[in-house]
Design a protein around this ligand. Structure first.
Ligand code: URA
Length: 240
């Protein structure tokens, strides 16, 4: 693959901009500056260094963001900044999309990718990839609430009751809820249906993959093949 093309598909700009970047001597390939935009490289294992940052060539982008509260999962947010402002520009240029959405006031594990099939597998209710939430509630959590969430609650506009895959009280005001679907405001609506109200919501896991404890709110990281395998695990999964 020609250098300018590798830069272009990794999100560093238009064909013309990438040719200029290379010609200006601003790109190192595998640690060595290369000013020839037409130089050929094997993309497998390719490392591109620009502005002091090294990017590994990736056919597809799989990215995890620890979403802070106060950000909207939209390219056209209405009242708060967009989660896309927390990602570097090359990721935006290569067209990564949110894998499902979290509400503005929800924090936690949010995925992005430019792999349409992966996005579909993660959000399709038919695939049943579990999502794990921790919900702080306004009222004390009762055993009856936990039982009702487990056996199924009727939500407006849904044809049948929806049950949590798992539900437990973590403390007297906090529920841990595992859901197979990702319906609009699902956690808040399910908890409202049992007579309580969510005051804070955090997604801590998708599939068998947990949000890393050392990734602070607002920070992002790449996901590798082992992470993806964990993410796609269906319920009930076996933890290693
Ligand atoms: N359920 C909700 O109510 N909100 C979210 O952000 C995610 C799940």
């Amino acid at each position: 693959m020609k250098l300018y093309r590798a830069l272009q598909v990794q999100g560093f700009g238009s064909r013309k901009a990438c040719r200029l970047l290379a010609r200006a001597g601003k790109v190192a390939v595998n640690g060595v500056v290369c000013a020839d935009p037409d130089a050929e490289f094997d993309p497998d294992g390719l490392e591109l260094t620009l502005d002091g940052h090294t990017w590994h060539y990736r056919d597809k982008a799989y990215v995890l963001l620890h979403k802070p509260t106060g950000y909207e999962c939209s390219h056209h947010p209405s009242h708060h900044p967009s989660v896309f402002t927390l990602l570097p520009v090359p990721l935006l240029h290569r067209g990564v999309q949110c894998v499902g959405r979290l509400d503005q006031d929800t924090s936690g594990l949010l995925l992005f990718s430019d792999d349409g099939q992966f996005i579909h597998r993660m959000i399709s209710p038919k695939k049943g990839v579990p999502k794990v939430y921790r919900a702080r509630c306004a009222e004390p959590v009762s055993a009856a609430m936990v039982d009702a969430l487990h056996s199924g609650v009727q939500l407006t506009d849904e044809p049948a009751p929806i049950a949590a895959l798992a539900c437990e009280a973590i403390d007297d005001h906090t529920l841990k809820l595992t859901l197979a679907e990702g319906k609009y405001h699902q956690v808040k609506r399910m908890i409202a249906a049992v007579g309580n109200r969510v005051t804070a919501l955090h997604r801590e896991a998708v599939g068998a993959y947990r949000l890393p404890a050392d990734l602070p709110p607002g920070a992002w990281c790449w996901l590798d093949a082992a992470d993806l395998q964990q993410l796609e695990q269906r319920w009930p999964y076996v933890r290693s």
